[in-house]
Design a protein around this ligand. Structure first.
Ligand code: NAD
Ligand code: TYD
Length: 356
């Protein structure tokens, strides 16, 4: 079996669902169920004996060690993290705790566990660390895309904490021989994404008749990857990645935020027409402090060495995503209660409306 951390969140839940849809190898899913972790994401696995859910913290080394001893997994796929840049600006402490201390704790528990395995068990074991392209910092419009050798230059508390975790993973390989693999992926979108991130937030606000808040001039560029493609890339890295190597994972889809929101509005106009275009709800607001201007991923290494390429285009992936949110308004309403309201007022109340 494999141990997944953070498998009740957006990408982790998609990974667990895809994994069990395509094979029978069981999954132990360790998740703290923070605001971003949602057991409803896994409700279809409730009666599935191949999925063992454990409510717990990756920082709890005794718990992690006990799980490793009890279940003897052949791999760990490490998603658990605090993942939202805006939240890291308002409260960086949780990011250091989970992303840095939590990864350290997991690495140490894994190292101790590996020392108990025989040679075959050690040789087959993998620690797959799920990271982000944000560790490389920001690009100008003319810079080449991030490659695996681009120097780290994180700019937000979130990206700094992920960069620190990447460095720990690398060091545990070089110093202790831990069999690690790292994926640095671009912005994901798709079903089950918590509506604090750009795409699901804009869909939710559009349908709720609320403003669509574009930070700054909306010309910041991200590379977008459909979550199912990211999960397929991770399965491939786990299966065939070279130990100690890092793989940049991206969608070859660089888009400016304003263009993304225009496309979303046009899709909603088609799939859920209202009296006027959703574009009229677009509202330019104060920019994010330290906002990275452009991310772009050169994903040629994973294609060349492991034969992975994304299957979805931005158009097909976004259409599926919008349709999923339209079909799952109950899911959206449920996650919008309580803590979500507090976050929305923390992040948006002080942002002035501005003209572009
Ligand atoms: P998410 O915020 O939706 O989910 C994170 C999950 O981790 C939640 O289920 C949460 O409960 C759990 N968690 C948080 N702290 C924990 C702890 N201390 N112990 C156990 N579980 C804990 O995040 P996501 O968007 O699914 O991202 C997953 C991973 O992928 C993260 O490591 C993130 O840095 C990385 N990543 C995300 C993106 C993206 O666009 N979302 C892109 C590249 C990389
Ligand atoms: P986000 O989904 O938070 O991902 P990240 O910051 O990790 O790239 O944001 C994606 C882009 O959208 C980023 O440039 C910030 C911008 N953005 C807005 O313009 N308005 C918003 O309300 C949000 C949440 C994001």
């Amino acid at each position: 079996m494999i141990l997944v951390t953070g498998g009740a969140g957006f990408i982790g839940a998609n990974f667990v669902l895809d994994w069990l849809a395509s094979q029978d190898e069981p999954v132990i899913n360790l998740d703290k169920l923070t605001y971003a972790g949602n057991p409803d994401n896994l409700s279809q696995l409730q009666a599935d004996a191949r999925h063992i859910f454990v409510h717990g913290d990756i920082c709890d080394r005794a718990l992690v060690s006990a799980l490793l001893t009890q279940y003897q997994p052949r791999a760990i796929v490490h998603f658990a993290a605090e993942s939202h840049v805006d939240r890291s600006i308002h409260g960086p402490g949780d990011f250091i705790r989970t992303n840095v201390d939590g990864t350290f704790s997991l690495l140490e528990a894994t190292r101790a566990y590996l020392s108990t395995l025989d040679d075959a068990g050690k040789a087959g074991f993998r620690f797959l660390h799920v990271s982000t392209d944000e560790v490389f910092g920001t690009l100008s419009t003319t810079d080449p895309a991030f490659s695996e050798t681009t120097p780290y230059a994180p700019n937000s508390p979130y990206s700094a904490s992920k960069a620190a975790s990447d460095h720990l993973v690398r060091a545990w390989h070089h110093t202790y021989g831990l069999p690690v693999l790292t994926g640095n992926c671009s912005n994901n979108y798709g079903p089950l994404q918590f509506p604090e991130k750009l795409i699901p937030l804009m869909i939710a606000n559009a349908l709720g008749g609320k403003p669509l808040p574009i930070y700054g001039d909306g010309q910041q560029i991200r590379d977008w990857l459909y979550v199912g493609d990211h999960c397929a890339a991770l399965r491939r890295v786990l299966q065939a990645g070279q130990l100690g190597e890092t793989y940049n994972i991206g969608g070859w889809n660089e888009k400016a935020n304003l263009d993304v929101v225009h496309t979303l509005c046009d899709l909603l106009d088609e799939l859920k027409p209202s009296t006027q275009s959703y574009r009229v709800q677009i509202s330019f607001v104060t920019d994010r402090p330290g906002h990275d201007r452009r991310y772009a991923i050169d994903a040629r290494k994973i294609e060349r060495e492991l034969g992975w390429r994304p299957q979805e285009t931005f158009e097909t992936g976004l259409r599926k995503t919008v349709q999923w949110y339209l079909d799952h308004q109950d899911w959206v309403r449920k996650v919008q209660s309580g803590e979500y309201q507090q976050w929305m007022s923390t992040n948006y109340a002080q942002r002035q409306e501005a003209s572009a």
